[in-house]
Design a protein around this ligand. Structure first.
Ligand SMILES: Cc1cc2nc3c(=O)[nH]c(=O)nc-3n(C[C@H](O)[C@H](O)[C@H](O)COP(=O)(O)OP(=O)(O)OC[C@H]3O[C@@H](n4cnc5c(N)ncnc54)[C@H](O)[C@@H]3O)c2cc1C
Length: 320
């Protein structure tokens, strides 16, 4: 029996997300008194792979193959299903990001395994196997009992602290023979020069209270100074003030940064659905009764046009 964790790499490098997943898998393995096997798919060098040992991976399966350098959900699922069986995995940990959401249900069918999606804490009990997750846009929580022998858990990003536990991992290379792929990715165009919203630790987001597309400069400047990303509410992207890829919420991106600064955003439930897992929410709003203040830990009641330039100056001063 083991805990299997699928770690994602980007161009051969692991990001914090993967270390979080291994930290979580290690903690689950401790609960059930077993070991952790991490799976990495695509070209990653050994120096990078051993980093997974720093978070508790006892064994790392380095899966390589011509068709595996670009994410192919079907091929990746086949690989993970095969390894789950050979490693006798009883728990499989995957991220709750877009990749995880594509792989987990497929894997669930392959392995007849129940899925606890978007879990944010360690299992509440092992018998029955019960996990905790937020529900209804963070307005409630659910205890989900998984009755299958294999359990797949998709972990909400930023919900589990990194935990170092120095292990010298065994690295095993695997070059599986796969059926010919059904879909071929011909071209991948990556966004460059801009911090990805889903990767950012800090997000500065604007709503209709920003009044017009012309007023975004101080918000973008603040995000840049904080090494963060920019986001917006849905009406803002509907108006064309900001690109659609920045829209967060029920119908947009779901993010969980350490800090979410909501500027001129009222805090509608559909917006909160995308950001309520943020560690800290700071709201800037001219209406002291705006619902966003109920979700926020810190708030500034004031005109965004006056508050933002002051924040920009304050951060510049701090960085001197
Ligand atoms: C099915 C459905 C799905 C939806 N999905 C989403 C979604 O994914 N994401 C999303 O965001 N919305 C979504 N919505 C829309 C959502 O209901 C709200 O209408 C929207 O979030 C409001 O956006 P807002 O807060 O920017 O604007 P508003 O609600 O208009 O709020 C603007 C805020 O700015 C404040 N303000 C005004 N002037 C200033 C100033 N000078 N300085 C500071 N503050 C100021 C106001 O007090 C107000 O609180 C959805 C709606 C539906 C029906």
């Amino acid at each position: 029996m083991s805990v299997l964790v699928y770690t994602e790499n980007w161009d051969g490098k692991f990001k914090k997300l993967s270390f979080e997943l291994v930290s979580y898998a290690t903690a689950v393995a401790k609960m059930i008194n077993t070991s952790v096997t991490a799976v990495s798919i695509g070209k990653v060098d050994n120096e990078e792979l051993v980093k997974l040992g720093s978070y508790g991976a006892d064994k790392i399966i380095n899966v390589i193959g011509e068709n595996l350098n670009i994410l192919d959900n079907q091929a990746y699922t086949t690989v993970l299903a095969g390894i789950s069986k050979s490693e006798n995995a009883s728990v499989i940990v995957i991220s709750n990001n877009n990749t995880g959401k594509a792989i987990a249900p497929r894997l669930s069918v392959h392995l007849k395994a129940g899925v606890g999606s978007g879990v944010s804490r360690l299992p509440l009990s092992l018998n029955p196997f019960t996990v905790y997750k937020r529900a209804y846009s963070g307005n409630a929580y659910a205890h989900v009992v998984i009755k299958s022998d294999i359990r797949i858990l998709t972990l909400a990003q930023n919900s589990f602290d990194l935990a170092e536990s120095k292990v010298t991992p065994v690295i095993v290379d695997l070059n599986p023979t796969l059926d010919p792929v059904k879909t071929v990715v011909k071209d991948v165009q990556k966004q460059s020069g801009k911090k990805l919203l889903t990767d950012a630790d800090i997000v500065v987001s604007g709503g209709r209270g920003m009044k017009s597309a012309d007023n975004w400069a101080p918000l973008v400047e603040l995000a840049g100074l904080l090494d963060g990303a920019t986001a917006c509410s849905r009406p803002v992207s509907d108006e064309g003030w900001r690109p659609h890829e920045e829209h967060t919420g029920q119908t947009g991106k779901i993010i969980a940064p350490n800090l979410y600064i909501a500027v001129g955003i009222s805090g509608a439930t559909q917006h909160l659905a995308g950001i309520s897992s943020s560690k800290y929410i700071v709201a800037i709003n001219s209406d002291k009764d705006a619902p966003i203040f109920e979700a926020a830990q810190y708030g500034i009641v004031g005109d965004a046009m006056k508050v933002l330039p002051k924040l920009v100056d304050a951060v510049k001063e701090l960085k001197k």
